[in-house]
Design a protein around this ligand. Structure first.
Ligand code: BYC
Length: 318
């Protein structure tokens, strides 16, 4: 889409505000490209939260105890809430919820690749909490300092909830890792399947990331995809060690000089294949979203009718 040409003087002033660490609010002047980049990223983020309810939602009826079921129910509801904050924040940029949802339903909008993998056992729920929410926190703690006010404020609250999600996941992983040999095998199998897809969540290498430089210049991101991925590895390898879990990467090695773990290469063909819609669960996830939208049609219609009647009553009374 062709971007509108911005006034160079306004652009310069805008950049100064960003460089001074000021927050940009919805009614402030902003470059049209800043607006469209944010709409792209925030709406995709909102879609990721709501599509992300599906893999774990799959296990609510089969949770192993009432306590685990309550926690999982609450976590999945939190993800719906995150989607709602983010759709609202995106609306402040002039993109309506209907519009961005339509893009998702038509398969035109992206959402995080991670949610296109299946949850085959209860251990997958644990590992999603630990690794996927763990990765999300690293990315979102950065976004909580983003230059766009409504996005950064939504992130502060989301990060607090994600932090609980990660803790409950890690607690379950630690419990299973000390369980029977079968339980240990189950949790290790889940880690083996989720480790690499989680590494892909951070996006392509910096050299192959067309959006990063612009997002960093405008203070939306403050770290690159590779920097965030490195923080994820450094933190989670230590956590895995603490509970006796093995990371499925034969090239993983601590570099004493840099103080960081070095790791093997991601299978980028797999990543792009999933992003393009050909992952193991892409079609099923889209089908579930389309069906849910269709089944909810009467609720939307009833709510609109109720609002219309209320408006009429108000008009008559005044
Ligand atoms: N999956 O230039 P790049 C959660 C796309 S949910 C799919 O590096 P950017 C949770 C990218 O969009 C929270 N697509 O892009 C919920 C771009 O394509 P377009 C998930 C990906 O924006 C339930 C192209 O590749 N977190 O926590 O600089 C249960 C080139 O990439 C992916 C977010 O959504 C991917 N993994 O950086 C549990 C975070 N990676 O759009 C947990 C918000 C890249 O130009 N988003 N692409 O056609 C971001 O931080 C950034 O947008 C990304 C990508 C790091 C994802």
């Amino acid at each position: 889409m062709a971007e509108q040409q911005d006034d160079p003087k306004k652009l310069e002033e805008f950049q100064e505000r960003i460089d001074n660490g000021e927050t940009i609010e919805p009614k402030d002047w902003m470059p049209s490209r800043y607006r469209s980049q944010l709409i792209r990223m925030m709406s995709q983020h909102a879609h990721s939260e709501v599509v992300g309810m599906l893999p774990e939602g799959n296990w609510i009826t089969r949770a192993p105890s009432l306590r685990r079921k309550l926690i999982l129910l609450s976590k999945v509801q939190d993800e719906a809430g995150h989607g709602l904050y983010l759709y609202s924040a995106t609306e402040t940029l002039g993109a309506s919820r209907e519009e961005v949802l339509q893009q998702l339903l038509e398969g035109k909008a992206k959402y995080s690749s991670i949610f296109n993998y299946p949850t085959l056992s209860w251990a997958d729920v644990m590992v999603i909490g630990w690794l996927v929410d763990g990765a999300a926190i690293i990315n979102q703690t950065m976004l909580a300092r983003s230059s766009y006010g409504p996005y950064s404020r939504a992130m502060v609250r989301i990060c607090k909830e994600e932090s609980f999600h990660k803790k409950q996941g890690y607690e379950m992983v630690a419990t299973m890792a000390q369980g029977t040999p079968e339980q240990q095998e189950m949790v290790q199998d889940a880690v083996n399947r989720w480790w690499w897809p989680t590494m892909m969540m951070f996006g392509p290498h910096d050299d192959d990331s067309p959006n990063s430089a612009e997002l960093i210049k405008w203070g939306v991101k403050s770290k690159t995809n590779d920097e965030l991925r490195q923080s994820f590895v450094d933190r989670h390898v230590e956590e895995a060690k603490a509970v006796g879990i093995e990371i499925p990467d034969p090239e993983l090695e601590f570099n004493e000089e840099t103080g960081h773990y070095e790791f093997g290469e991601i299978d980028w063909d797999e990543f792009w294949n999933v992003v393009k819609g050909n992952g193991p669960m892409n079609r099923e996830r889209m089908k579930a979203k389309q069906e849910a939208h269709e089944n909810g049609k009467w609720v939307r219609e009833a709510a609109e009718e109720y609002a219309r009647k209320k408006r009429l009553q108000k008009e008559k009374a005044s």
